[in-house]
Design a protein around this ligand. Structure first.
Ligand SMILES: NC(=O)c1ccc[n+]([C@@H]2O[C@H](COP(=O)([O-])OP(=O)(O)OC[C@H]3O[C@@H](n4cnc5c(N)ncnc54)[C@H](O)[C@@H]3O)[C@@H](O)[C@H]2O)c1
Length: 370
């Protein structure tokens, strides 16, 4: 079964095509989406000889001129020097303004290759071929691309502080690629799916609740169902606010907290895990402010736990330091931290949450005292 959803973007609509086994038809789908037949595949080195190779062979058989370059998918490689090496590979392959940048990998590859495509020769066509659940459900759709930037005077980096809005011409998601994804990364994708459910799709929360075990085991039918719902939520939000001037900020639910803890090496958190903990911190604020009942927060906590996502930090961290790091978040306006907080029917943006409430939210996700 192939699901085709269309995203409206100022630069023109594009399709998100989801279907098991679609990778081997990559050439057909790509040829429909773009005019160029000259492409650079930027592949996650983990999938270079498997999924990316299938894409490469499909394109070569259709007479595309295509080269592949690889990158390591880790946050420390999500930086400008990696973008430069992609530009160099594009120049070596004699890419021009009609060439196509194709990202094959998870959200890190999609963000970096997407930004390299957005900036090479002031912007060329980009195709996203996500191979993680997180990238399929969230990162590949909507056109946000970018890299991390080292923060002044320290060893920390600010997440996604430089980038561009650059919608792809096609998103091709083949859930069969998830068969090789380590369970920890699969589960990370479920964190964003749960976030999407909280934002606007109670049915999605129900699906995840009922199918928790099947989802952890990457069972195709369960994944397909969740993916169709989660992508639809993302498309709905992105369509209403492409450049994140308003409602799209709601997608940052849990992320203001997540972006603070994700770069702390000693916590060893993947993005999805940081989002799960960030989601609980945001729920804690909402409970404090009377926006949701405690029972809703508890239900979401159980849902996260049922798919093996963390809801607390694994080590104690100074709350002062966490509060300080929050100031660097790009959503800080005039020194005020803007938070996305869950409500009973979605989420809202607040920039008037007191430091005391934020501190107590951080305290609530510290390791429980035994
Ligand atoms: N642009 C957006 O709108 C947006 C939204 C959400 C997240 N993001 C970004 O996405 C990133 C996280 O994405 P992610 O969770 O996909 O991480 P990722 O790209 O690091 O992939 C996770 C791991 O899975 C491996 N991998 C990928 N596909 C595989 C496969 N099919 N089989 C085996 N291994 C595979 C990777 O090598 C990596 O080790 C973060 O940098 C985050 O900021 C962007």
């Amino acid at each position: 079964v192939t699901t085709r959803l269309t995203v409206s973007a100022a630069s023109g609509p594009y399709d998100v095509v989801i279907g098991t086994g679609l990778l081997s038809s990559a050439a057909e789908l790509c040829s429909q989406a773009v005019l160029g037949r000259h492409a650079l595949i930027v592949a996650d080195e983990q999938v270079a000889t498997t999924h990316a190779r299938v894409v490469l062979q499909s394109l070569e058989q259709a007479q595309w001129s295509v080269e592949m370059t690889t990158m390591v998918a880790c946050e420390s490689h999500k930086r400008m020097s990696t973008v430069e090496s992609i530009w160099q590979a594009a120049l070596a392959h004699r890419m021009d303004r009609h060439s196509v940048m194709i990202a094959v990998g998870g959200g890190i590859i999609g963000d970096v290759a997407g930004f390299a495509g957005a900036s090479f020769l002031r912007g060329i066509d980009v195709i996203q071929i996500p191979t993680t659940l997180l990238a399929m459900a969230d990162a590949s759709v909507g056109g946000k691309t970018g890299v991390n930037v080292p923060l002044p005077g320290g060893d920390r980096v600010g997440k996604n502080l430089a980038g561009a809005f650059w919608p792809p011409k096609l998103v091709l998601a083949d859930p069969a690629t998830l068969a090789t994804l380590p369970p920890r990364d699969l589960v990370c994708g479920l964190a964003e799916c749960i976030k999407h459910g909280v934002l606007s799709d109670p049915k999605l929360l129900e699906l995840i609740q009922n199918d928790a075990q099947a989802l952890i085991q990457a069972e195709a039918q369960a994944i397909d169902r969740v993916l169709a719902h989660a992508v639809a939520v993302k498309i709905g939000v992105v369509a209403s606010d492409e450049r994140e001037d308003g409602t799209r900020m709601l997608l940052n639910l849990g992320h203001t907290f997540a972006h603070v803890i994700e770069p702390v090496a000693s916590l060893d958190l993947r993005h999805g895990e940081a989002v799960a903990i960030g989601l609980m911190a945001a729920f804690h604020c909402s409970v404090q402010l009377g926006l949701v009942q405690d029972s809703y927060a508890t239900r979401v906590q159980s849902l996260l736990e049922s798919v093996s996502l963390p809801v607390h930090l694994s080590k104690a961290v100074s709350v002062d330091q966490l509060m300080d790091s929050m100031q660097f978040d790009k959503k800080v306006a005039n020194g005020v931290v803007r938070l996305v907080l869950p409500t009973t029917s979605g989420a809202l943006i607040r920039d008037d949450v007191s430091d005391d409430v934020v501190r107590s939210a951080w305290a609530s996700v510290l390791p429980p005292i035994c």
